[in-house]
Design a protein around this ligand. Sequence first.
Ligand SMILES: [Mg+2]
Length: 214
Amino acid sequence: MLGNLKQVRSIVFDLDGTLYKSDGLAKEIQNVAASLVAETRGIPLREGRTLLRNSRKRLAELLEEEPTLTRTCLTLGIEVPEFHRAMQAGVRPEQYLGPDLVLQALLDSLAGEWDLYLYTNNSLPLTEKILALLGVETLFRRIYTIEFNWTPKPDPETLQRILEDIGGPPHSFLFVGDREQVDLKVPQALGIPTLLVSETADLLQIHKILGIIP
Ligand SMILES: [Mg+2]
């Protein structure tokens, strides 16, 4: 959803699936979640995996949209801090990610003119690790992780707090994410311009829509 983008001052990026894509890392996250479910229920890993899959399916039908992993785990009685403790202990982004020179160049060129922010459902320790691995840890003015409000996206109240913290009217923002429902729907409702990216190469569109390339 794009309107007049001349007033954009602040670009707010999602992290996972937006600034990088990794099937290996995504799989590891699912495995850690399944282990956590199995552990808390005292059931074998296989059953934990099935339970997680079925819960996601049920929740997707109920919400009529694909739920986040955090939300699915919540319905299984796993609180958000517990979920993130398990992720921090079990997920090893260093096995899957390395410097992304194209991403570095893109964000670096944007950072000269716009203030860049990150808003992610991931935790601060993992977010910092991922950004450092990609080589873009110095390019964001502020990062908003789950610790900011302990409520995962999509959440209107957390979004409001972030907008107030950054400051500026709706048209001074551009939200960029890979999941319409999770990253973009709530900002859109406030009249904020958004960009959906399905692969990291799509990020190059930012230059075009912000008018750097005529
Ligand atoms: Mg994402």
